[in-house]
Ligand binder design. Structure first.
Ligand code: ADP
Ligand code: MG
Length: 558
């Protein structure tokens, strides 16, 4: 018995679909890229599943993707014989959007007035499967999960609801049929039933897909099946052999990002432990960069076979935004996450990958790209100052900071040091919640009066490293809010000292009284030479935690 159920899309999903139906992208061709990308992922997953589970009843002998055109009916079907989906999976994977930060993104998109800004925003998200609704007014999905006997048929017009039914039989894998919009029928730019058009799109966006993409074409009055992608693993090619456009498309495929990467990094190691790596620095931070469950973006392949996503053994936490592929020649296809964590060769490889990423950032430093990079990923990179002892020096080198020197421009530590005053020995900084709180801090007064530049550290992570980091280039980091900071010359000191002795006598009884009155809150009340306009300020001991850090510890329940 076949019973058709009508279900509603989750609210967020509905909103994203609306954007697709009303086509905010000018480039509709990419729907095909998204469908092929999903098919390719499904084939990767099946090969891996079959490898891990010998009992799995699945045919893996001829894994491929087929494109089928019906010009009469005006449909285009993307079919794969990959892992497929169970009915439950169809409901959760296609009917809802599980990604964290979705609601947040949609709110921002509403606020963004012009379409350019919202296109930019949605690019940070990637709408994947839903992009089929840019060109179709109806989409039908038929799928059977490998190892299962029943199949599922899903259909929607992209408005509020979809229908779903269990069907007795279907080939293993998934087929997605897009019923092309009638209004595009006359426009040959959107003729997704034309062989040339489909070939062009596949070659532009999906050429590197490692599975064959096949299509039936008419040649000399005969129909024949043709493989229309080259299937060349991009990471295995030399840099001269691939174009920037190819790298960009590959990046979009593996990252599910819709914007080009900021930088492409290619590496190759030969010898005892052979591997190739193709890494990317994205142009913007993902929405969940600072959420705990967030995964790392490097995929592991072994001899061209996809093994796993988010391979944490290949990238440290603080570089979790780096995307890419590492293909190792000498690992077993059976390798597990646990084995990887302990493998010495993998650790060596990771060390080299990290160094390469950091040196690439360093080489970008005089460019606009670096500014973008730092704005998007700076706070994450600075986590490395706490965790990656080996690379501290380099990380400090590639870091930028706000300073009192220039309200508009960030500054590197090198630049800070070049501007240091004669006789200045330390790198001065103050941590706080925002630039303005720091600028208005009473601690700042003596420093601005004397013309000393102070680093303005406002990221939460700054509290974690700046205390323990010690020094950069022989200059110690010194908080202007802690202990005694000495800003005077010898001459000034002598004068000040005698003045202070006098004041000390004058105010002795007041200080004793204040210390006693405030006993519960402060250790000591003393005269200060560091204030010029404020009457009083609270100073931490040299070894105290700062107020922000105190707050952080409390938030963490310590
Ligand atoms: P993404 O690919 O970024 O996860 P999509 O919207 O493209 O997002 O797809 C959503 C999910 O639906 C996929 O993660 C996958 O689990 C499932 N899916 C989509 N297409 C297929 C397919 N052809 N075979 C199996 N699962 C699929
Ligand atoms: Mg996808």
């Amino acid at each position: 018995d076949t019973q058709i159920e009508t279900l509603e899309f989750q609210a967020e999903a509905r909103q994203l679909l609306q954007l697709m139906v009303h086509s905010i992208y000018s480039n509709k061709d990419i729907f095909l890229r998204e469908l092929i990308s999903n098919a390719s992922d499904a084939l990767d997953k099946l090969r891996l599943a079959a490898f891990q589970d010998k009992e799995l009843q699945a045919d893996t002998t001829d894994l491929h993707i087929t494109l089928d055109v019906d010009s009469e009916a005006r449909t285009l079907t993307v079919r794969d014989n990959g892992i497929g989906m169970s009915r439950e999976e169809v409901v959760t994977l296609i009917g809802t959007i599980a990604k964290s930060g979705t609601a947040d993104l949609l709110r921002k998109m509403k606020e963004a007035k012009d379409t350019a800004a919202s296109t930019e925003l949605i690019g940070q998200f990637g709408v994947g499967f839903y992009s089929a609704f840019m060109v179709g007014d109806k989409v039908t999905l038929l799928t059977r999960r490998a190892g299962e006997t029943e199949a599922t048929r899903w259909e929607s017009g992209g408005e509020g609801t979809y229908t779903i039914e269990t069907v007795a039989d279907a080939p293993q894998g998934t087929s997605v049929t897009v019923h092309l919009k009638p209004e595009d029928a006359e426009d040959h730019l959107f003729d997704y039933t034309a062989d040339w058009k489909i070939k062009e799109i596949v070659q532009r966006y999906s050429d590197f897909i490692t599975w064959p993409v096949r299509m039936t074409v008419e040649r000399d009055g005969e129909s024949m099946v043709e493989t229309i992608n080259s299937m060349k693993a991009l990471w295995a090619r030399s840099k001269d052999d691939a174009t920037e456009a190819e790298y960009n498309e590959f990046y979009k495929h593996i990252s599910h990002d819709w914007t080009d990467p900021l930088e492409t990094i290619q590496m190759k190691a030969e010898g005892t432990f052979e591997y190739q790596a193709l890494l990317f620095l994205p142009a913007h931070a993902p929405l969940d960069l600072y959420m705990r469950e967030r995964k790392r973006g490097v995929q592991l392949y072994v001899k061209r076979v996809f093994i796993m996503d988010d391979c944490e053994a290949l990238m440290p936490e603080y570089l979790r935004f780096v995307k890419g592929v590492v293909d190792a020649q000498d690992l077993s296809l059976n390798v597990s996450r646990e084995i990887l964590q302990q493998d010495r060769q993998i650790q060596l490889m990771r060390r080299r990958l990290v160094k390469k990423v950091l040196s690439t950032v360093k080489s970008m430093m005089d460019t606009e790209k670096y500014q973008t990079f730092w704005k998007e990923f700076g706070p994450a990179v600075k986590e490395g100052l706490v965790n990656d002892f080996d690379n501290r020096e380099t990380i400090l080198e590639i870091s930028s900071f706000e300073t009192t020197h220039d309200a508009e421009k960030l500054s590197t530590l090198r630049q800070y040091i070049e501007r240091m005053k004669d006789g200045q020995e330390h790198i001065y900084y103050l941590t706080g919640a925002s630039r303005s709180t720091i600028e208005n801090s009473p601690h700042m007064e003596a420093f601005s009066a004397k013309g000393y530049e102070v680093l303005i550290l406002t990221d939460a992570v700054d509290e974690m490293w700046v205390d323990s980091i010690g020094e950069f280039d022989g200059k110690r980091f010194q908080s202007i809010a802690k202990g005694q900071v000495d800003l005077d010359t010898e001459e000034e000191k002598k004068d000040a000292e005698s003045e202070r002795d006098q004041q000390q006598k004058d105010f002795a009884s007041l200080l004793t009284w204040m210390t006693k009155s405030l006993e519960e809150n402060v250790k000591e009340v003393r005269l200060s030479s560091r204030l010029t306009t404020s009457p009083a300020c609270i100073v931490g001991d040299a070894h105290d935690v700062t107020p922000t850090l105190e707050k952080m510890y409390r938030a963490m329940g310590q």
